[in-house]
Ligand binder design. Structure first.
Ligand code: ZN
Length: 166
């Protein structure tokens, strides 16, 4: 049987320990929340930097590769950048920028990262298929300014059947 003295002592330790345990857990939780807030803030900053870089790269590529058309008609501010998303597969994981041209047409620019660390500019025209009831968006990579000009001045019914440009 425990002596009254011993019992008092044990109760004393626990009664001191329990609030300490509670305080320490609360402290750990606060620190975890602070770390998370800091990580979120850093991620937002990185996203903004990468978004801006994507917009700048798109405008630079246009100025270099499409000097007679897009560079003159499309304001550099028209680009909306998106940070890379490592959770998405394929090209969607790279940073990109999108510009609206009007009439449902968009331009999409990204820099494809190759295994040897080189980068390749990829400009894609995204247009709604004009086929009755189709509703699909068709993407065509624009390799040259001439190809873009041809595409934009084609008066033929835009795409469909089955949205195949080839
Ligand atoms: Zn179609």
């Amino acid at each position: 049987m425990t002596s009254p003295t011993e019992q008092t002592c044990q109760t004393g330790v626990l009664s001191a320990l329990r609030p300490l345990a509670g305080q320490h857990l609360a402290q750990l939780e606060t620190e975890r929340e602070e770390r998370q807030r800091e990580a979120d803030r850093a991620q937002r900053e990185l996203d903004a930097t990468q978004r801006l870089a994507a917009e700048r790269k798109a405008a630079q590529f246009i100025a270099w590769a499409f000097p007679n058309t897009l560079a003159r008609a499309l304001d550099a501010q028209a680009w909306q950048g998106y940070p890379p998303n490592s959770t998405r597969p394929g090209p969607a994981r790279w940073a990109c920028a999108v510009a609206y041209l009007g009439e449902g047409l968009f331009l999409h620019h990204t820099q494809r990262q190759h295994d040897n660390d080189s980068e390749e500019d990829v400009l894609t025209l995204i247009e709604p298929c004009a086929g009755p009831g189709c509703g699909a968006y068709v993407t065509t990579r624009m390799f040259s300014e001439e190809a873009l000009c041809n595409r934009l001045t084609e008066s033929a019914a835009r795409l469909c059947p089955a949205c195949t440009p080839f």
